[in-house]
Design a protein around this ligand. Sequence first.
Ligand code: COA
Length: 161
Amino acid sequence: MSDPGGVSTIREATVADVDVILDQRRKMFAELGRPADETEREAMIGRARPFFEAGLGDGSYRGWFAEVDGRVVAGGGLVIARFPPGPFDPIPHRAWVFNIYTEPAFRRQGLARQIVETAIAWSQERGFGSLSLHASDYGRPLYELLGFKPTNEMRLMLADP
Ligand SMILES: CC(C)(COP(=O)(O)OP(=O)(O)OC[C@H]1O[C@@H](n2cnc3c(N)ncnc32)[C@H](O)[C@@H]1OP(=O)(O)O)[C@@H](O)C(=O)NCCC(=O)NCCS
């Protein structure tokens, strides 16, 4: 791991951070090229705004940022949904890791790892039995390092991607 070159701190996101979260989400999907068309991508980001505004307010979205010298350079969060308890999940909620993004100049300094570890610790303290996510090719090595394993999830697409 290289030196971040400044003091890094992790802080929790508030409702005032919606634009920062959407900007990181925009950059994440731009890097992944999904969807390929920029106008469609921007429309997708716009459709997500009410979700994050409401979620940060009612706790169904939890976000964390890594700041270096007071500037946000990485972030990520958890989508939390009511879900029936099951074999792995003793409480009536499940959580999905979301929006993990580090600015290119700050990569391989352990910032995304700190954010995901913060989300894991937060979830463990509240009795969650598992965390799920969809991994990009960039993110997969980080998640494997932290112990995430592939599952038996399947998906039927109901609209053109
Ligand atoms: C994936 C991403 C968030 C990683 O952010 P990061 O801050 O650079 O990750 P970290 O420095 O915390 O990585 C911790 C460890 O994960 C692994 N890792 C992270 N990025 C890796 C890469 N590109 N290749 C191989 N291993 C990688 C390494 O083991 C790394 O430890 P090391 O640097 O000591 O070897 C970043 O590359 C990114 O924003 N990518 C574009 C958006 C994206 O794909 N997000 C994930 C969506 S699921």
